[in-house]
Design a binder for this molecule. Structure first.
Ligand SMILES: Nc1nc2c(ncn2[C@@H]2O[C@H](COP(=O)(O)OP(=O)(O)OP(=O)(O)O)[C@@H](O)[C@H]2O)c(=O)[nH]1
Ligand SMILES: [Mg+2]
Length: 360
């Protein structure tokens, strides 16, 4: 059983890559399982992956390192029951130190029963352009930039995603910059959305990675502080309308409001993802930057009277401010489309301090 660990900052494209790669493996006759991971429950990623690939498990309520026993329970079940050829596992996007707290413990406890592929860390080139200049002065480097740098520093493979958004010259420039900065890593560029370069990445997962990765020092105080700067929420709600509304129209208004309000307030948007299920199908869209254009993975314009919504948001602000912001933006989307988003269920919180079960 090959276990493929995927890391990388919020919104880098881990879930999109798991689904695209999973389909390739299935197309080649392999059986695939997916493991999603989050600080909370009610995950857009799980419903998205489950709609595309067969077997999906979750590790919730904390990252793989802090919930290692839960991850191990899933891996043990898979090795003893389902026996997939490939397990694609997506770590929480604000998590780092995976080599020491997840990869090495898995190799240690499972030995030859599990072939752990190289740690692949995905990068959104827009995020890289925003955060990497902040590394230049150690005295002023923000904790979030520190976290982002350490995610890349521990990677066996750095996979620059969303190459479709750049020209080939720009892709080459980013790849060169990343390679110079992180010389130990194998750097590739690809697009999970178009599939360009995906075969090359998938082929690298058949190699063994650097089991010998150098001992790796992470300042947990800074890592924890970076995570705690983020407010985190997973919410669900029901949309109703006395007339009808188009789910994609409602999502477009919601994310446009959220993006522009976050930009006005100077909030960094890690990732806001929304999945709306109505009787005719689903709409799924993401916002990965304040003021950025939302990206739609699925969109349904068929009018409906009812729909169910799951909303996951990770934004650099306080939990109270995030909740207020979401409430305001839901009201704006409702007013623009004639929908009524009713009562919301779910928690708004800051991720707890990272306390890995193992560190080796
Ligand atoms: N243009 C473009 N968009 C992409 C690509 N890959 C992912 N996206 C979009 O980026 C957004 C975030 O992608 P996800 O796969 O959800 O990112 P993630 O890393 O799983 O995010 P978290 O789970 O929140 O950490 C989605 O709207 C995707 O459609 C790509 O190759 N090109
Ligand atoms: Mg994801």
């Amino acid at each position: 059983m090959r276990f493929v660990p995927l890391g990388g900052f919020l919104g880098a494209g881990k879930t999109t890559t798991m689904i695209a790669a999973g389909r390739r493996f299935e197309g080649a006759g392999s059986t695939v399982s997916v493991i999603t991971n989050d600080q909370g429950v009610d995950l857009v990623d799980t419903s998205l992956a489950a709609a595309s690939l067969g077997d999906v498990s979750e590790v919730t309520g904390g990252c793989f390192c802090c919930k290692f026993e839960d991850l191990a329970a899933v891996v043990t079940r898979l090795t003893s029951d389902a026996h997939p050829d490939v397990v694609l596992a997506e770590a929480v996007g604000s998590c780092t130190d995976l080599q020491s707290t997840v990869i090495r413990p898995l190799r240690h406890f499972y030995g030859d029963d599990l072939h752990v592929a190289p740690l692949t860390v995905l990068v959104d080139p827009v995020r890289y352009a925003g955060l990497s200049p902040l590394w230049d002065d150690p005295a002023t480097e923000p904790d979030l930039a520190y976290l982002f740098r350490h995610q890349l520093d521990e990677a066996d493979i750095i996979a620059i995603n969303k190459a479709d958004l750049l020209s080939p010259v720009e892709v080459g420039r980013v790849r060169d910059q990343v390679q110079v900065r992180f010389p130990h890593a194998r750097v590739v560029a690809f697009s999970a959305a178009t599939g360009a370069g995906l075969d090359e990445l998938v082929a690298l997962w058949a190699t063994s990675g650097s089991g010998e990765h150098r001992p790796f020092a992470v300042d947990y105080r800074r890592y924890g502080a970076a995570e705690a700067e983020l407010a985190w929420t997973n919410q669900s709600l029901s949309l109703r309308s006395a007339t009808t509304f188009a789910p994609a129209e409602w999502v477009r208004h919601l994310l446009a409001e959220l993006g522009s309000a976050a930009a006005r307030a100077g909030m960094t948007v890690g990732h806001v993802k929304v999945r709306v299920t109505s009787p005719d199908g689903t709409t799924k869209a993401s916002l990965t930057g304040a003021g950025a254009e939302p990206t739609f993975d699925e969109q349904l314009w068929v009018p409906t009277r009812t729909a169910e919504v799951v909303l996951n948001a990770r934004v650099r602000t306080s939990p109270d401010d995030l909740d207020t912001l979401i409430g305001r933006c839901l009201a704006a989307a409702d007013a623009a489309t004639g929908a009524d988003s009713g009562t919301r269920a779910g928690d708004v919180f800051r991720p707890g301090f990272p306390e890995p079960v193992h560190r080796m």
